[in-house]
Design a protein around this ligand. Sequence first.
Ligand code: SAM
Length: 217
Amino acid sequence: MDVAASEETVSDYLLAHSTAQDDVLARLAEETRTRFPEAAGMQITADEGALLTMLTRLTGARSAVEVGTFTGYSSICIARGLADGGRLLACDVSGEWTEVAQRYWAEADVADRIDLRLAPAAETLAALPAEPSIDLAFVDADKESYPTYYEELVSRLRPGGLVLLDNVLLGGRVLDDGEGGERVVAMRAVNDRVAADDRVDAVMLPLRDGVTVARRR
Ligand SMILES: C[S@@+](CC[C@H](N)C(=O)[O-])C[C@H]1O[C@@H](n2cnc3c(N)ncnc32)[C@H](O)[C@@H]1O
């Protein structure tokens, strides 16, 4: 069997058997594809969104952080899972992309739970209170900075809190010894760090481009 075709078939099957996206998310995905065709591939898929909502609910999260908001798909999925009174700090550097996000946050009726911070996320995270206060963090921004984001977030996680890292496989390039670019080196470093970090229990899920779930002990 053709391996690539088989992987695509499995991905489609997983998508078809996970909670479907609702109309707001479907329209957001469509507008993102139409307005930003070159960048639209950065958006998470509906099955990953369902996972975010589920993990946010399962942890009873009241304080969440997202690094990499783009047009708002993942932030809606996290915000929908928050416990009553919960808040999501959404970090990005693009006013153009997050303008779309803000419109869809309003449509999804979650705008009042989300604080957008337009600044390099490393600065935003470093300025957060040092004590553990975060229940769930999702990292999906510049890959070179993942080691920094992980360290800033894991030290601020409450016991039982989760840090989720997206794209940890980088299309399989983390496994290829011939790959030595900055993004790949950084991703290998954070993957090794998580696996060896005795502050967390972790599992790397082969969902889409790989999602690590690390839970603070
Ligand atoms: C892969 S996209 C995020 C996709 C988003 N999670 C979604 O579901 O649609 C990456 C985002 O990270 C943002 N970004 C890149 N470098 C950043 C930085 N240094 N600080 C904060 N955000 C950054 C980009 O502007 C972009 O919107």
